[in-house]
Design a protein around this ligand. Structure first.
Ligand code: PLP
Length: 383
């Protein structure tokens, strides 16, 4: 007999669901081509635009899958195989964009910046000046390191050099300003399972109409990777292929909660407060860890902490936290391998996204502090 395990999810997605969203999974199923399905989708599209503060000349696409599906679709739809793409990376997810581009035979150049830091706009401009690039990819919130970047500045540069900009907003959308209105990226991508506080299953793309029209002229966009087809479906309150109706019911309810109940601005403020509570708490635990990211680059949705020497490794801490009812993050594996190779201690991440309250976060941090202190050498490594 399979035994279910119920843990509070403190990993950087998927996030724990609010009880209203758990219940929304039991709402009646519907036909997505039927008039009721169109009403559900129309409500979703309208509220997504409000959460994004979307300018009028942008369109929305909903794609089955997760954030990576949206990123791949953007590469396939907005670039062609003749294009050179500049992939700006501040961590593992910036690298992922480059992998997606090369796996579709695009010519790429990766421009990487130090872990724990944001973009160096001067260096990016230096590359763009070469005139070689048709598109640039970037990460709004690098979940591996806990860094939020200046995408508005980077997109503005791209526009100045006539380069299309594609932004990964997977781990920040719904928890902070999307910056679409200010940066006007060609395409901004996100997914359901992080700051929107929903299960995984849909990628969301916000695409400038100008970029949609350009995409229509490109060949080889694929079918389910074709944002143009998805957007044509959206314009009729449809999706291109059959969506997960349970998730759409949950999404319809959750977006109404965000827009009409919590408020988009209030949600952003709550995430900013969750960040400051977490960072304050880290400063109070200097025996065991330190902040990995400085104040100006700190993400509002995930805080990365570096363990001090003498503290048990993240796996031991995670086991002890599991016994307390929490599933925690042990740091991004690839990042910790790279940090170890550079002689640095490992990092762990404290995610604070979705519908998490300050009180829930504080309870979690208290438990984590107790465990980390008990695992430290000074206290005899009790775990
Ligand atoms: C910043 C970022 N980009 C992309 C992804 C990949 O998204 P998904 O796992 O939804 O495919 C993630 C997942 O954690 C992420 O944090």
């Amino acid at each position: 007999m399979f035994e279910t395990e119920e843990l509070a999810l403190f990993i950087p997605g998927p996030v724990g669901l609010h009880s209203t969203i758990v219940q929304a999974a039991t709402l009646p199923g519907f036909g997505h081509r039927d008039q009721y399905g169109k009403r559900v989708l129309s409500s979703i599209y309208r509220n997504l635009a409000l959460v994004a503060d979307l300018p009028d000349d942008y369109s929305i696409a909903l794609l089955n899958g997760s954030g990576t599906n949206g990123m791949e679709a953007a590469i396939c739809s907005l670039t062609s195989s003749a294009d050179n793409i500049l992939c700006v990376s501040v961590g593992v997810f910036g690298d992922l964009f480059e992998q997606l581009a090369t796996s579709h035979c695009r010519q790429t150049k990766k421009l990487s910046f130090a872990f724990g830091r944001g973009f160096d706009l001067e260096a990016i401009e230096g590359e763009l000046q070469s005139g070689r690039y048709a598109a640039i990819t970037m990460t709004h919130n690098e979940s591996s390191t806990g860094v939020a970047t200046d995408i508005a500045g980077c997109c503005e540069l791209a526009r100045r050099y006539g380069v299309r900009s594609i932004v990964d907003g997977v781990s920040i959308f719904g928890g902070a300003e999307s910056q679409i209105r200010f940066g006007r990226p060609s395409c901004y991508l996100t997914a359901t399972q992080k700051c929107l506080g929903l299960p995984a299953g849909l990628a969301i793309a916000f695409v400038a109409n100008e970029a949609v029209e350009h995409a229509r002229t490109l060949r080889g966009r694929g079918y389910v990777t074709d944002l143009v087809r998805h957007i044509d479906a959206t314009r009729e309150d449809q999706t291109l292929t059959t969506p997960n109706g349970t998730l759409l019911n949950q999404m319809r309810v959750q977006l109404e909660r965000i827009v009409d109940f919590e408020g988009v601005e209030e949600r952003k403020q709550r995430h900013a407060e969750l960040r400051s509570v977490t960072r304050q708490w880290v400063r109070g635990c200097e025996d065991v860890f330190e902040l990995f990211v400085g104040e100006t680059d700190a993400s509002p949705t995930v805080t990365t902490i570096r363990l001090k020497s003498g503290v048990q490794n993240p796996r031991v801490i995670a086991e002890a936290m599991r016994a307390k009812g929490y599933l925690i993050d042990t740091g991004h594996k690839k990042l910790n391998l790279l940090l170890a190779a550079a002689g640095s201690n490992p990092v762990m991440r404290v995610p604070h996204m979705g519908d998490l309250t300050v009180a829930e976060l504080e309870r979690f941090l208290e438990a984590l502090k107790t465990v980390c202190w008990a695992t430290s050498e000074k206290n005899g490594n009790k775990y």
